[in-house]
Design a protein. Structure first.
Length: 161
């Protein structure tokens, strides 16, 4: 019985050694950042996300929730962070940077009493005269434009609350 176990263990070790010898090298996981306008191609059944950085285009591969969010920001300028995957980019995160050529801020709506804030990676900023609809969107991810201190502000929903 012990002889069989030893033989089986030796066989498993040799198979494992052969398997490792034939594995391909791991894909490059170096992150890169691309800037461009996102567009959606295809049909409702099979949509494809594409980033147009100015010269050519890059296919975007994203999780289902990121795909939905990217579809909502079609036509806007983004900063997309990801890693190369096949002929495209595997999206790790993205930020809206511009809408119709004007700067935008991408963040989460936070409502605290009668105050409305936009929370970004660089901190929380109070909105001086926010659109009334934002008061009902605590937790939503939005892009917002215009002077944050005084308004008026335009916004769009990236991820609903």
């Amino acid at each position: 019985m012990i002889g069989r176990r030893a033989a089986l263990a030796a066989m498993l070790v040799s198979v494992g050694g052969c398997h490792r010898a034939h594995q391909s090298t791991p894909a490059d996981t170096t992150e890169r950042i691309l800037h461009g306008t996102v567009s959606v191609t295809g049909t409702g059944f099979e949509q494809h996300l594409v980033l147009n950085p100015g010269a050519g285009s890059v296919s975007l591969h994203a999780t289902p929730s990121d795909s939905t969010a990217l579809t909502r920001v079609a036509g806007l300028e983004l900063s997309v962070r990801g890693v190369d995957e096949g002929s495209g980019l595997r999206v790790r995160s993205f930020t809206v940077v511009s809408v119709n050529g004007s700067p935008a801020i991408d963040g989460i709506v936070r409502v605290d009493g009668d105050r409305v804030y936009i929370e970004t990676a660089s901190g929380r900023r109070a909105l001086g005269n926010p659109p009334s609809a934002l008061r009902r969107m605590d937790g939503a991810r939005v892009w917002i434009q215009g002077p944050l201190d005084t308004g008026p502000n335009q916004y769009g929903i990236i991820v609903p609350p």
